[in-house]
Design a protein around this ligand. Sequence first.
Ligand code: M6R
Length: 609
Amino acid sequence: MCGIVGYIGEQEACQILVDGLKKLEYRGYDSAGVALLNENGIDVRKSVGKLKALECALENCVPRGHLGIGHTRWATHGRPSDENAHPHSDCTGKLTVVHNGIIENYMALKERLVSEGHEFKSETDTEVAAHLVESYYNGDLAEAVRKAARDMEGSFALVIIATDEPDKIVAARRHSPLVIGLGKGENYLASDVAAFLKHTRKVLFADDDTLAVITRDGVTLTDLNGNVVEKAAQTIEWDAAMAERGGYEHFMLKEIHEQPRALRETMRGRLAPDKDFIELPGINLTEDEIKKIDRIIMIACGTAYHASMAGKYAIEQLCRIPVEIDVASELRYRDPIVDDRTLGIVISQSGETLDTVVGLREVKEKGAKIVAITNVVGSMAARESDGVLYTYAGPEIAVASTKAYTTQLMVLYLIAMYFAQVRGTISPQRAAELRQALWDLPQLAEVILNDYQSVIAAADRYYCFNGFLYMARGINLASALEGALKIKEISYMHAEGYAAGEMKHGPIAMIDPTFVTVAVTVQSKTYDKMLGNIREVKARAGEVIAIAYNGDTGIKDYADRVIYIPQTEEIFSPALVAIPLQLMAYFVAHNRGPAIDQPRNLAKTVTVE
Ligand code: M6R
């Protein structure tokens, strides 16, 4: 996720901006830049790579100015490069912007602006904002930004400076974070307070669709129609490390909580309540090509492999295309059957997992088209695939994958529904029901995250047990495996995920009073069978936690504890079931004490075979 900083005041701004950007490094980035306003105009410096590269570029000639903006970029549109790095300017060079978020309708806006004669230098959606503001600018920067913001769909924290109004910074936001730091005779702004905490703890959190005009001496907030908005300042008590984690004790917990936002970002521009179709422009397959596909092979490792398990169910169910799933490290040794009617889907948060990339090459060489689902623009998987569908989860810092998993599920659901739409394998009415259910998913995730006392209570009871067994059936087998993986990697406890029907073929031997079984009971077709499995565990003195739908009061008669989640369509349920399981792993690990964000022996990205 991009990081934004801004400063206006008495001091030279450049070092303040660079220091602020350093505090935002944890957000992940691939390039950085600053823009300083002085009597000669706006001095923009930017470079691809880490902040060190920017610092080198600034070394011999530090840009001067008491007003400036800075940015670290996490690429979403256009590869990481000097040209795509922020800040971006309009045609005249008199307006300069930095931006965090995704402007969904940037292509349409860009076409309009190009037809009006604007010239673009980058591939970013952000540059559209610079030219859009230019097209409205008539000596009143705030009004031009308000008009531009009204035209923009999607998410943005937009910060802009203008040579003709050298006494102010103008900022606007919708769905992307932006906080204003209040000093004496100087003011700051940033994506989060970590950037300016050493200067001030007094802050204003701007609401969605708010515009801020920031001068040395004050801040005026308005809505996008220009009506003044009153907002009380708050005092931040967090220390610097806590501020980076948004007040959460660990990145993992922060990232678990970011899932509703990440899911929404991943849907944006692809699914909308007022559209009766799904759009997946990045997939780069014609309708004829989609109709020709007779087999899909999914390639992934770890958590991404679990996403592929759920994806297989969704695609086979909705599109009736056979799907094979492979742990990437095994794929090439089985000499898979692939031809030009095969579609390879590669799933990788980092896009750099070597086994996955090697699997991609294997399937591609054999003649398949490849679509990558990845979180990192310009990653190897993205570069080597024919089409790319990004998960807009933002950087995932904790080693244990959480928001990457649920956003991978989201993309797989979108693919399943898109293919069903193109191939006509579900009725329009069913398609509409599914679109609505998918649209509602982030809000249901929010419901879970608003109250998870039952998960904390379960973790408090079971963290000192000998082991966890996760059992489920159908599409939630993926959830069972993912729940077990989460526990293993951060709490180092023995945990297994099993198809509940397999219990009697071995794992039930492990059940005793020190072993807890987590049973996912949200599937209607296999509900009674799951109750049977729970009974079998209870008969052997094992304890059971059920993950059940709200309203299932009967389950209390079977399980020792119940964790309720809201109802959704069965194929989408893994995206909700994942959340209490992630929280369970987090709180179990928290009770046991290991380093949650960086568990022993693990790397975030495995770049060796
Ligand atoms: O970057 P990738 O999605 O390719 O990574 C794959 C696995 O290494 C990853 O999902 C791993 O299993 C997670 N740390 C699990 O939480």
